[in-house]
Design a binder for this molecule. Structure first.
Ligand code: COA
Length: 262
């Protein structure tokens, strides 16, 4: 158990809060484990009809903990008895979830913080939320089927613009290009997102589950294929000198220098 992920249930909604605000809710292996377990619990527990992901403080999540990334280059930090890492379990459970998952993006969403949104069924954000996928800036590549999902969702030019430049999108822009469903004033977001989650939880559960499946099932094989291919490249980049340079630069608060790489 970790208190870096808080879980509660309210009127059929499982509220899952990433709770490491001093580190902008950057995700550790332990946190991924708790998030992965919450999805399994939701699918198994008839009292839960919808899961709502959000973040504590002023961030949704700053993505994978960069210290863990640095260690992962040399040691399998969170290998589970299943042979899968917690991050793999989380991303697979998220992609395969049977019940709806809503994200309430209350601030910055970076890296996997955006990747996970592509697997959620509904994404709401506060006005000041931002969205950024700086994988390339870190010497990494996209993950979890996102090269397929993102271009399917917003088109290849917009997807390339996010992946290759690592630029930051505002909530307004994210809504305009179809990355998210709706934007609310920051202070109204928690109430509005929970209200919508509860309304969904009150609907006919089987109709909701089947509708979710109908929306997702056609793409499942392509997503699985992309997830596997991306995973191989991601693992190999994680061990690369490009990543070492990028992560050292982050913690040394300097710009990464990739000029020596070919
Ligand atoms: N991993 C580990 N620690 C992180 C982190 C991450 N992904 N993101 C933020 N933190 C830590 C910072 O190191 C800092 O810790 P400190 O107070 O001990 O120095 C703390 O969280 C607050 O972050 P800070 O950078 O001071 O806040 P900011 O508002 O100026 O910037 C971000 C926020 C998210 C833009 C910036 O922290 C950032 O770029 N983080 C890296 C994001 C990233 O690359 N994620 C992986 C994507 S694949």
């Amino acid at each position: 158990m970790t208190d870096h992920v808080l879980v509660s249930i309210e009127d059929g909604v499982q509220i899952v809060t990433m709770n490491r605000p001093d580190k902008k809710n950057a995700l550790t292996a332990e946190m991924y484990g708790a998030l992965a377990d919450a999805i399994v619990t939701a699918d198994a527990d008839p009292k839960i009809r919808v899961t709502l992901f959000t973040g504590a403080g002023d961030a949704f999540t700053a993505g994978n903990d960069l210290g863990d990334f640095a260690k992962a280059g040399t040691t399998p930090v969170d290998q589970q008895p299943t042979g899968k890492t917690n991050v793999q379990r989380f991303l697979e459970n998220l992609a395969e979830a049977k019940k709806p998952i809503i994200a309430s993006v209350n601030g910055l969403a970076v890296g996997v913080g955006v990747t996970m949104l592509l697997h959620c069924d509904l994404v709401y954000a506060g006005t000041s939320a931002t969205f950024q996928m700086p994988f390339v800036n870190l010497g990494l590549v996209p993950e979890a089927g996102s090269t397929f999902l993102l271009q399917r969702q917003i088109g290849i030019q917009k997807a390339a613009d996010l992946f290759l430049t690592g630029k930051k999108l505002t909530a307004e822009k994210a809504e305009a290009i179809g990355l998210i469903a709706d934007v609310f004033p920051d202070n109204a977001l928690p109430i509005e997102a929970l209200k919508r989650a509860k309304a969904l939880a009150a609907k006919a559960p089987n109709a909701v589950r089947v509708t979710k499946a109908l929306l997702k099932d056609n793409d499942r094989p392509r997503v699985g294929e992309a997830r596997e291919t991306e995973g191989r490249h991601f693992a190999s980049q994680l061990r690369s000198d490009e990543v070492k340079e990028a992560i050292s630069a982050f913690f040394e608060k300097r710009t990464a220098d990739f000029s020596k790489f070919s």
